[in-house]
Design a binder for this molecule. Structure first.
Ligand SMILES: *[C@@H]1O[C@H](CO)[C@@H](O)[C@H](O)[C@H]1NC(C)=O
Ligand SMILES: *[C@@H]1O[C@H](CO)[C@@H](O)[C@H](O)[C@H]1NC(C)=O
Ligand SMILES: *[C@@H]1O[C@H](CO)[C@@H](O)[C@H](O)[C@H]1NC(C)=O
Length: 462
């Protein structure tokens, strides 16, 4: 009797110890990723940040790098949703663009020696999770070099899903939290594809860990056929190309794949590129950075749709900053001594891109049916994935209209236009280029707030 009581007590003690130590190891994994302070960072920012690696494939040795920036303590981060942000390319870094130029709290000063605050950072409204994806982009790496030469949509989505599941084990406070996925440009593929996987895995699960609510994409590659029609039309109606080139583009490119265009199509695109001259295609009415000519040279025959580099002047600063050894140390990045430097976009990953379905519209249809919240926005001075491309692609879904095209307002001024469809909201941002939150930070913030609240854009000129 006494012995069995004692062994029962022992068992209880062992269980308590086990629970405690596993809790402690979760906390320490998370604590190990905590960023104390970044070099050149303003003091007393009032929010927590974490960054580090999550292994997504043990055999190949693929590990993805993330940076979590929580809402300020004064804004109750524990009550705010989690938003995953992805940039495109393919091959471009979400830290270079999303975090450092668009929606993150810090902007980098020229020369890359210090940071300053972005007053319209989206972390005022949500906890932001930036992921460098796929492996080979930014600090994300693979120990199997061939992985960099055969990336494609499918593995990118599967690795990102594995990342999310394993990341939640490290950050269990985000289990069951409202969760959204957002991104831009070629992430017009990543975002719906990852959303679909999350939706499938959650199907029939009561109270899923990843409490997926919806997605939002901007200047997003969506449907090659309609994107092409809309893009060439935009180039011609904005006076960027000749009548004859417009005609040739429509004949040679319209039925092709944007990621793998035909030789004739590439030829026509090169003529169009020469006719456009030294403009910033990502923002046609703003001055190009000095390095734009290098950029065009670097692109060679490659299709501008998918190309990297948005604002070459801004990204120059991040290239300096994120390659500083003390910055990498503070971020717990590059712990294995990656053999190449940190780039805003990986040419290898982008140029050797493999599978890339021509259309995301079937996924839209499935997720609209499932009641997932979907918002699509577009900066209307981008010529790379222009507003006309997006409008043709959305129009092809043939959704019933709930609220017809109307101007939305910010401080009494038109911020852009919007149309609410059954199952999808379309918002344009007037005067914004490819990276909407870079060009129009305040309007982008209003857009993000409306998306999270699931309310139409402000309609009154007040
Ligand atoms: C990659 O290789 C390095 C060096 O051998 C090792 O330290 C690291 O853990 C490996 N990464 C993954 C994800 O397996
Ligand atoms: C741009 O190029 C011009 C002429 O080459 C040079 O004088 C100027 O300093 C450059 N500006 C920047 C911001 O690099
Ligand atoms: C990683 O660190 C090494 C030095 O150990 C450096 O040469 C390399 O450029 C860095 N790579 C990245 C991707 O940060």
């Amino acid at each position: 009797m006494r012995i069995s009581l004692r062994s029962a007590l022992c068992l209880v003690l062992v269980i308590v110890l086990l629970v405690c130590s596993s809790l402690a190891s979760i906390l320490s994994d998370q604590e190990r990723d905590r960023i104390k302070s970044l070099p050149g960072q303003p003091t007393n920012v009032g929010f927590s940040q974490y960054s580090g690696y999550v292994t997504v494939n043990e055999q190949a040795g693929r590990a993805l790098f993330y940076w979590l920036i929580e809402s300020p303590k004064s804004r109750k981060p524990e009550s705010r949703p989690l938003v995953l942000w992805l940039n495109g390319g393919p091959g471009c870094s979400s830290i270079a663009y999303g975090a450092a130029e668009e929606i993150g709290p810090f902007r980098i000063r020229p020369k890359g020696n210090s940071l300053f605050m972005n007053p319209y950072s989206w972390n005022h409204l949500a906890n932001l999770l930036f992921l460098e994806s796929p492996a080979g982009v930014g600090f994300s790496y693979s120990n199997t070099t061939s992985d960099l030469y055969n990336s494609g949509d499918q593995r990118t989505a599967e690795d990102a899903y594995t990342f999310l599941v394993k990341w939640l084990e490290r950050f269990p406070q985000y289990n069951h939290r409202d969760f959204y996925i957002a991104g831009e440009s070629y992430a017009g593929h990543y975002v719906p594809q990852l959303s679909q996987i999350v939706y499938w895995r959650n199907k029939g699960v009561q109270n899923p860990f990843l409490n997926f609510k919806g997605f939002m994409v901007g200047n997003a590659v969506t449907d090659d056929y309609h994107d092409y029609i809309g893009t060439f039309e935009y180039w011609w109606t904005h006076g960027l190309i000749s009548d004859s080139t417009y005609r040739i583009l429509r004949v040679n490119c319209n039925s092709g794949s944007s990621q793998h265009p035909s030789v004739e199509c590439i030829k026509a695109l090169n003529i169009a590129d020469a006719e456009q001259g030294n403009i910033d295609p990502y923002s046609i009415y703003t001055h190009p950075c000095n390095s734009t000519s290098d950029l065009k040279h670097k692109l060679k025959g490659h299709y501008p749709w998918m190309s990297r580099a948005y604002d070459p002047c801004t990204e120059r600063h991040s290239k300096v900053y994120f390659n500083r050894p003390e910055v990498q140390k503070a971020l717990h990045a590059n712990v294995t001594g990656i053999s190449y430097s940190w780039e805003t976009c990986s040419d290898i990953v982008g140029n050797y891109w493999d599978d890339s379905p021509k259309s995301m519209l079937p996924i839209y249809q499935e997720l609209i049916q499932a009641g997932v919240r979907i918002w699509v926005f577009s900066g209307d001075t981008d010529s790379v994935v222009p507003v006309t491309a997006t409008r043709y692609s959305i129009d092809a879904l043939k959704l019933p209209t709930v609220v017809n095209w109307y101007p939305w307002y910010d401080n009494g001024k038109v911020g852009g236009w919007s149309q609410v469809y059954k199952g999808l909201t379309l918002v344009t941002v007037a005067g914004a280029g490819h990276e909407v939150p870079l060009h129009r930070p305040r309007q982008a913030f209003i857009l993000f707030r409306s998306f999270l609240e699931n309310k139409p854009m402000p309609q009154k000129a007040t």
